[in-house]
Design a protein around this ligand. Structure first.
Ligand SMILES: [Zn+2]
Length: 87
């Protein structure tokens, strides 16, 4: 007696997968579509990771530093030059 398999092959149950983050890079502003800055090396479609300091391409490791305004140079130098020369 051969056992009958109740499960059907070929059809997988549908899963709700998380949508690609690519679509978050596009924002519609009225009539125009705003795009996030894309990689100059990889071309359009490959977006750069956005940081407050830099933009980074995860594909070709291109990094673009943001040089907006004057960076606050924290000068916390404490020169410990105590030249005590007692002759
Ligand atoms: Zn790239």
């Amino acid at each position: 007696m051969a056992k009958k398999k109740a499960e059907k092959k070929g059809k997988k149950p549908h899963k709700n997968k998380p949508t690609s983050k690519k679509y978050k890079m596009f924002t519609i502003d009225g009539d125009k579509v705003k795009r996030a800055p894309s990689c100059p090396r990889c071309g359009p479609g490959i977006f750069l990771m956005n940081n407050d300091k830099r933009q980074y391409c995860g594909k070709c490791h291109y990094t673009e530093f943001k040089t907006s305004q004057t960076t606050k140079a924290t000068s916390q130098e404490s020169p410990k030059t105590q030249a005590t020369s007692t002759a």
